[in-house]
Write a protein that binds this ligand. Sequence first.
Ligand SMILES: C[S@@+](CC[C@H](N)C(=O)[O-])C[C@H]1O[C@@H](n2cnc3c(N)ncnc32)[C@H](O)[C@@H]1O
Length: 714
Amino acid sequence: MQASEESVTLRPATPDDEAFLLQVYAGTRSDELDGLGWDDNQKLAFVSMQFNAQRRCYPEADNKIILLNERPIGRMLVGATEDEILLIDIAVLPEHRNAGIGTSLIRNLLSEAAAAEKPVRVHVFKYSRAVHLYERLGFSTVSCDSAYLEMAWVPDDRSQLIIPYRMSPYVHLLESHLVPGIIQRGIFHQFTGEVLEPREGVRSLLFAAKLGNRVSFSEDDLTNLAEDGTQIRQLIEKEFLIPDGYDPLTPFVNQYVVRPLQNPALAYVSETGERLLVRTSMAHRVYSPRRDELPAIIEEKMTDIATRIFLLADGTRTLREIFHTPGLEGANILEEPGVRQALDFLTSPERQLIKFTPTTEDLGDPHKPCNTVPRNLYHSLRWDSQPHQGSSNSIIDFHLQGIEDAWWEFDLIETTVNHSFRFPNEALGGLDYGSRFCLSALKPELLPLVGRSDRLEVLEVGGGTGTFARSFIKEAKRVLNGAELNYHILDLSPALIESQRKLLAEFSPAIEHFQQDATRFDIPGHRFDLVIANEVIADFPTSLVRRNESTSDKAQGWEGEGAYYLERYDLSPEDAPDSFLVNSGAFEFLESAWRHLSPGGMLIVSEYGSATRYPKIGFKCKLLPLKEFLEMDDQVLILNANEEGILCLNHILGKYGMSLPYAVISSTEFDRQFQAISEQIGLAGVSFSPLRQGLHCGPEPGDFMVLIMTRPGS
Ligand SMILES: C[S@@+](CC[C@H](N)C(=O)[O-])C[C@H]1O[C@@H](n2cnc3c(N)ncnc32)[C@H](O)[C@@H]1O
């Protein structure tokens, strides 16, 4: 029988309809009551009670009988308020179901609702087939509890539906104390790795939500909240705020599972056959740690299910697909025993072993949320004597007095490109950094003095521990082919000069050391053919420049201590931000260095920065990327490991009498040394990427530029 051939109408219910209404109502609850093991009397008692309760709850509701060709076949109970329409119940006798009767009546109701510009709300038993009917009609789930879904349909203008939200249990509020005197706040989702910086107006709302309160908005409310509203929409889209009653894990079942590149955690199989996880805490991080502040290495057992997810989380499978692998099938993944616990374990802020992403496009980008492990930033500022006097003074003081242990500082804590490439590396044609730098610098086409003169005077500014000089000198002696090399090092730090003296004691003629500030150095009676400053100028003092809006002349439109340098060097940074820092120390240094250059002499400065974006190197002279200067092969696969990665690796390798230095290690080198043991212990979590992706230990060479200035004359 097709409903369209028949006449379906509605009429108000009367007291005579009571028995019929109870019969219809009982039919609507049969899905739920089947399987509870109750007999017919128990079911009838329960249904009568619920039927009466429903009527008491909605005394004002419009109670209608559904008629087919004038014969009662069902009921429809509809409530209406000023803001919405509530479809309390719609049911037809079983023999009239699946004929489209309910659907057409609901469609009529939706038309009335659209005319009145009101949303329609309904509660549906979670596992009933009616859920799909409502979905087809355009309803969506706004909340759910253990048995019922609350679904809503809104007219084209969704503006009036008020939806209650709560904070996902997988969301955390973060505070960063990295910059002295400033607290930065973030909100972080442990399943996606997304971090948002909440606007001030949104923050109090988030605190309320964190305390378990519901926060409710309509689209209109969000629009009225302007930028705060836009951010709240983002928080909803990114699953930070979820509809009340909604399972926070549901959206992730069909997302790809990824092991974040930044996480140093590794897994291996112990001698007794257990799968063990080796990690550091991702819940906080100590910057510039002292020796006794190195992160603790934690070794812990993983459950079978957590191990499977961890090992298969390579970004090629969704959570659902992981469960389709042999041994892990399951119809409803989230109901599988142990899965929720495994996900809690793997994503806890302390571990962050896996992340979820809806698209695999982000996998290659190390800075995308799925590859990062946001950490609560507790900064143990070791040199924070005058935090409010600006950073410049404390950096000078740090170099004068703050460095206690040169090797600790440069090999592990503030690694320079030079230190991370202190061992011969495939990416540098089998050379270490200082040797490769020397080869590039002493090319006769760059420095014509090489080959013409029988003596080369070199000044290295900011020599660090002395490793750069050691490699440079060894290589220079070879390149210079008998010509004399006089090497000098200028540095501010007594501890580093001491380290340089020890390391370079073997060389003859002896290295000359000067303890001076490079921004105003003066070495009377000396002229140099080559002055090198490798990763030094970023340590120099800076001065603030602000755009002066009141000046009409653009060229004159800068004020602040640093404006002097813009004028003096004729820099016109039209594209600059409204305020920025000028590296005033670098200008002073360049002038001092220029005065000390012999005719035809050359100055090479390497530092992070860019020619086109800030911080910007603003000279019109030869400026080239460091990778080009060193002819670095950036396709070489490099171990992705920060210092914590090396600590975790060494924890495992140490059990087999092996270890790795904290330096850039190529994949070939790693395999040469550790392949046999990696295979034996099923080492998992170690990853390699081409050098240009920049996640290997130490700084990213692609961020560095080289400035070359040659003094005229011969
Ligand atoms: C980041 S390290 C670089 C060390 C080395 N060039 C390398 O690449 O490994 C900076 C060096 O510059 C020195 N330095 C920093 N500020 C200085 C200043 N104002 N005058 C002289 N040396 C300074 C530090 O003591 C340190 O030796």
